[in-house]
Design a binder for this molecule. Sequence first.
Ligand SMILES: Nc1ncnc2c1ncn2[C@@H]1O[C@H](COP(=O)(O)OP(=O)(O)OP(=O)(O)O)[C@@H](O)[C@H]1O
Length: 456
Amino acid sequence: MNRKSVLIVDDEADIRELLVLTLTRMGVDADTAGTVQEAQEALKHRPYDLCLTDMRLPDGDGLAVLNHISEHYGNTPVAVITAYGSTDNAVAALKAGAFDYLAKPIKVEQLRPLVMSALKLPKPVQARRAAIGETAQPGAPRLLGESPAIVRAREMISKLSRSQAPVYITGESGSGKEVAARLMHMGSSRADGAFVAVNCGAIPENLMESEFFGYRRGAFTGADNDRIGFLQAAQKGTLFLDEVGDLPLAMQVKLLRVIQEKKVRRLGDTEEAAIDVRIISATHRNLGEQVDAGEFRQDLFYRLNVIELKMPALREIPEDIPLMVGQVLERFARLSGNNPATISEEAMLALRRYDFPGNVRELENILERALALCSDNVIRETDLYLTQATPREKSAALDGALGTRGLPLHDFLDQVEREAILKALEATRFNKTAAAKLLGITFRSLRYRLDRLGID
Ligand SMILES: Nc1ncnc2c1ncn2[C@@H]1O[C@H](COP(=O)(O)OP(=O)(O)OP(=O)(O)O)[C@@H](O)[C@H]1O
């Protein structure tokens, strides 16, 4: 196998020496440059698998090296070395497309995994294939659609696969945030590690710490065995924090510390363990507003939201609906061993006009139900049972809503709440987590309301 080569750009001789020594011990060729200019010269002479550059250089900065490389040698990942405590620089570099950053003083135990990940990066073509699901096993996630918004999302995913930057995915419930996160993981140098998906809203507050950090036997009553938490389970892989806005403030502080120090300590343990985890977070709420409202820490938001990826709502890309319908029906047919169902023109039109509050997840559910109800393997409009009111029905409902259906206000409100909850549960096939999202409330709040209204 060809030896890998790394270009080190730093004007301090002792740092260059430390880096060369470590890399040589790892069996990697290391060349050095002391300025932006020298780096540009070196790049002309041989291809590199990674460039490690200091942020501050005598004739420019690390971003200049980064920009030069992405312009002329787009496949070479660049990691920047930032001054102690300079988060701004690190974030700026990641936003500009750096693969990762190392904070000074450089610690060998952080340098080695960084270099190893960079050298393991799949070729860009492979990352792109992973992003469109081409290399995936049957049943692996795929992002369907050919609309400009989906094509852009796919391109971002393939680009972000080649970086360690934290990505923050926004989009409505069921719009493919988790699919995007999985694809980013699958196309990355972390693909051999685990993808750990955590729904932050579904973990009871008193279990948060033990779930995230793990515990040693005897740490608390009931801790019968040692257990690792989500962070360690995602070691060398990706941790997907879904509904990150639901993390309680106390937990946000602890998570920020873990992210900064790249270390975790289990409950009841005296020692810390180094972690190497990429964090991708998502929410269907507006985290910026939560920051303004004091519900989410600005500093954590800043660390998570280095790069934002927006997943479009299905109603914004109606042109993709026919293609998605076709592919979903084909998938169902493959699973059941039947011929793919067809869909009538009226039914397709109705779908294109529908609002899809639950997005692609809802589309899948509607089609699955329609398949069970239709005859002759043809889905007609009446098989779809679209719950959404037409504009006329909507205004009639509004007229009705002006009164309280002859009930005391309190009972009337309970009734409206019950109806909304039942509808959301139906739309999500009784998946409480998804129903809570659809309703724009937390899982905890839904559980409380179900109890209060006596819905089983
Ligand atoms: N563009 C898409 N192409 C194919 N399938 C999609 C697409 N978007 C979403 N899906 C499907 O919709 C379902 C929900 O997707 P996913 O879990 O990624 O959504 P989400 O945005 O994470 O939802 P939530 O906010 O509720 O967690 C999955 O079955 C997924 O396969």
